[in-house]
Design a protein around this ligand. Structure first.
Ligand SMILES: NC(=O)c1ccc[n+]([C@@H]2O[C@H](COP(=O)([O-])OP(=O)(O)OC[C@H]3O[C@@H](n4cnc5c(N)ncnc54)[C@H](O)[C@@H]3O)[C@@H](O)[C@H]2O)c1
Length: 329
C-alpha cells in the first residue's frame, strides 16, 4: 500500500501557523505537560567537540495532540562564519494511533517559531497588561521570533535591540521595524536596552549575564531562552534571586540551565524558589504576576512538547489549506 508523507517548508509553516495561533498552542502544550499528560523523556545530547557542535534528540507523545514527534536539532557554534544557521533541524511527525509517519517539517523555522511563541505565552500570562517597550538581547534567529511573540500578545510600540555585533543589531532593527510596523532601534549598551523596557527577552549565545540587575525597572517581565547548558548563564544571579521565577519544566530546567544550576551550586537560590511551571499558570492552577512592581522571570530551556504541539497544529492546518508537498514513502 502506498503511504504518503507531507513535507512542510519554512514558507508552508509560516502560512499554516501564524504566531498568535502558535502562542495558543504553546499554552495548551505547557498545560498538558504540567498536568502530567505528556510522555517526554529528557532529551539526549551528543556533543561533537571536533566541530563545536551539539546534536539534540527530542522525542515526545501527547494524546491531546494525537501525535508522536521527534525533533533532531543540531547546534554548531562555528556556523556563523560559514554563513550557515547555528541551529538546524528536522521534525518527524507520526500518527499517535497507528505510528504511521505523516509529516516532515523544517525544524529550523519550527524551533524559532515555537520558542518565540513560548515567550509570547509567558508574556501574556506574566507581563503587565500595559507593557509597550521590549528589549531584545541577541539580534539572531531567536531574537526575531522573541519580538514577534511578544508583539502578538501586548500593544508593543517600541523595541530596543542590543547585540555586541553592531551591524547585526542594525540589520535586525531595519528588518523587524518593517515586518512588525513598530519602532525598532539598535542600542549600544545593555543598560540602554533594559532601563526603559517593560519586557526583556534574552536570546543570546553569551555564557555570562547579558545585563546588570540594577538597571531593570520595576515591574519588568523577562523571557530568558538562551542558556541550555549547566555552565552557561545569561541572567544575573541577583535577578534570579529576586524574581518571581517560572520555568517551562522543572526537571529540564534544573538539569540543563546554568541560569539556575550556577546560583543553586553557590547556595544563592533553592529549588523551592521556582514558583511554578508555566503550564500551571496557563491552566489557572497557579496565579501569574503577584504585583505591578515585581520582576517576573520565565526561564525556557526548550521542550519536545513545544515542537510536537507546533508541528501537529501546523500539520492539521496544512492539510486543510493543502500546503506542502506530498511524497510517496
Ligand atoms: N529555549 C529554547 O527553546 C531555545 C530554542 C532555540 C535556541 N535557543 C538558544 O537561544 C540562543 C540564541 O539562538 P539563535 O539561533 O538566535 O543564535 P544566533 O547565533 O542566530 O544569534 C545569537 C546572537 O547573540 C548575540 N550575542 C552574543 N553575546 C551577546 C550579548 N552579551 N548580548 C547580546 N547579544 C549577544 C550574537 O552576536 C548573535 O547575534 C542560543 O543559545 C540557543 O541555543 C533556545
Amino acid at each position: 500500500m502506498s503511504r504518503k508523507i507531507r513535507i512542510l517548508s519554512e514558507k508552508d509553516i509560516r502560512e499554516a501557523l501564524p504566531m498568535r495561533e502558535a502562542v495558543a498552542a504553546m499554552k495548551e502544550a505547557f498545560a498538558e505537560l504540567s498536568a502530567g499528560r505528556v510522555t517526554m523523556p529528557v532529551r539526549t545530547h551528543i556533543d561533537i567537540p571536533e566541530h563545536a557542535g551539539t546534536a539534540l534528540f527530542m522525542p515526545c507523545f501527547a494524546e491531546r495532540f494525537g501525535r508522536i514527534g521527534l525533533k533532531i536539532v543540531n547546534l554548531f557554534d562555528n556556523n556563523a562564519v560559514k554563513g550557515v544557521p547555528r541551529i538546524q533541524g528536522l521534525v518527524c511527525l507520526f500518527d499517535g494511533q497507528t505510528g504511521s509517519p505523516i509529516a516532515l517539517l523544517n525544524g529550523t523555522y519550527l524551533t524559532a517559531l515555537r520558542t518565540g511563541a513560548a515567550s509570547g505565552a509567558a508574556t501574556d500570562l506574566l507581563a503587565r497588561t500595559d507593557a509597550a517597550t521590549v528589549a531584545i538581547f541577541g539580534a539572531g534567529v531567536q531574537g526575531r521570533t522573541q519580538l514577534e511573540g511578544v508583539c502578538a500578545v501586548r500593544p508593543v510600540q517600541k523595541a530596543l535591540v542590543f547585540d555586541p555585533v553592531a551591524n547585526a543589531a542594525a540589520a535586525f532593527a531595519a528588518e523587524m521595524s518593517r515586518a512588525l510596523c513598530i519602532e525598532v532601534a539598535a542600542v549600544t549598551s545593555p543598560r540602554e536596552a533594559v532601563f526603559k523596557a517593560d519586557v526583556v527577552c534574552t536570546a543570546t549565545v553569551s555564557t555570562t549575564p547579558v545585563f546588570d540587575d540594577a538597571h531593570l525597572r520595576a515591574g519588568t517581565h523577562i523571557n530568558a531562552v538562551g542558556s541550555y547548558k549547566p555552565d552557561v548563564q545569561e541572567i544575573p544571579t541577583e535577578t534570579v534571586r529576586r524574581a518571581h521565577l517560572i520555568v517551562d519544566h522543572r526537571t529540564s530546567a534544573l538539569g540543563e540551565t546554568g541560569d539556575l544550576i550556577i546560583p543553586l551550586r553557590q547556595g544563592l537560590i533553592k529549588e523551592s524558589d521556582i514558583y511554578a511551571e508555566l503550564g500551571q499558570i496557563a491552566a489557572g492552577k497557579s496565579p501569574g504576576r503577584a504585583s505591578e512592581n515585581g520582576i517576573t522571570l520565565f526561564k525556557s530551556v526548550g521542550l519536545a512538547i513545544q515542537d510536537l504541539a507546533a508541528a501537529a497544529r501546523a500539520f492539521e492546518n496544512a492539510v486543510e489549506k493543502r500546503l506542502g508537498q506530498l511524497v510517496d514513502l
